[in-house]
Design a protein around this ligand. Sequence first.
Ligand SMILES: Cc1cc2nc3c(=O)[nH]c(=O)nc-3n(C[C@H](O)[C@H](O)[C@H](O)COP(=O)(O)O)c2cc1C
Length: 363
Amino acid sequence: MSSLFDPTKLHDLTLQNRIVMAPLTRSRADAMGVPKPFVRDYYAQRAGAGLIISEGTQTSFAGQGYARTPGIHTPEQIAAWKTVTDAVHARGGKMFMQFMHCGRIAHPLNRQIPDLPVAPSAVKPAGQMWTDQQQMQDYPTPRALETAELPALIDEFVTAARNARAAGFDGVELHAANGYLLNQFLASNTNRRTDGYGTSVNGRIRFVVEVVEAVAAAIGAARTGIRVSPGHMFNDIVDANPLETHRALLDALPTAEMAYVHVMLPDAFSPQLNNAGDPQAVLPSLRPHVKGALIAAGNLTVASASEMIDSGLIQLAVFGRPFIANPDLVERFKAGAPLAEPRQELFYTPGVEGYSDYPALAT
Ligand SMILES: Cc1cc2nc3c(=O)[nH]c(=O)nc-3n(C[C@H](O)[C@H](O)[C@H](O)COP(=O)(O)O)c2cc1C
């Protein structure tokens, strides 16, 4: 059987297999960012994964972008998450929390605070986003962060990391992918700063490096991971040279000591990467720049994941959509059993339907 199902280690952390549940926003928190009680059931049902990465979770009310996403900055949120991690640990699973500060990908109607969303620069994203009160709305133009605000923003990530550990998470993943705040610092179309946190590649990677270093200093590099999506144009990201930017970022990070670097593979063709339609081509070009564990997500199958793990290209294989309708995904993979299809129309709805009500295979 493939080594996909074998236990492995991330530094001192033992995982029961090499299958990871991807971060999946499901919008099942209340208006104050507290996960609903049935969030515990949903994650516990999926604890057969070697590692679960939580849905994108905001580090402050100002970091929220979407309706009903959870936070990790109030006592009520921490207490609710503790019930989740306890249930996952009771089933032998491990769990990291993904920190998602949405930056400019936000609408005031989705937030508890009236302030405009913040971003590296005041560049309005193309497109619209969902709000519960007024359905689809244009993105507002964000407010550019002052240089003097950046240390407090870094502290916010550090406090959130301590909160996540207090809530029982085994570690945290910094979301520097998919066009959210950290990705907005990295990309040349969203970062027009001239204060040392922009302009050159070294300037654009600086804030992300400082956040990683501060979080790693607080909770340990071995419990700190990062997610990147070089070449993705999701959320209106267009970088002048995504491979150059990401290689420089990885070279500047303590990747040997960190938990992992998580790459979200581009869809089949990325005009940004000129990858000739091979979504996995980005991995060999980043591999030399990652001194520790490299993990990847994006349309993986048992066959492609096994091949990449067995060849040593990646250490863990990350699955997103297959986990939504298959709580016992690892068992189904082992048995070669058919997979259930998720109901997309229920991805972001508030209740248990299409969430914690997908059955495991009868045994
Ligand atoms: C409903 C849904 C919500 C998602 N939410 C997040 C998120 O909160 N953070 C993130 O980094 N990626 C998010 N993603 C991307 C997934 O983590 C994953 O990379 C993507 O689904 C590709 O993997 P797959 O082909 O195995 O589904 C989301 C994807 C879906 C379908």
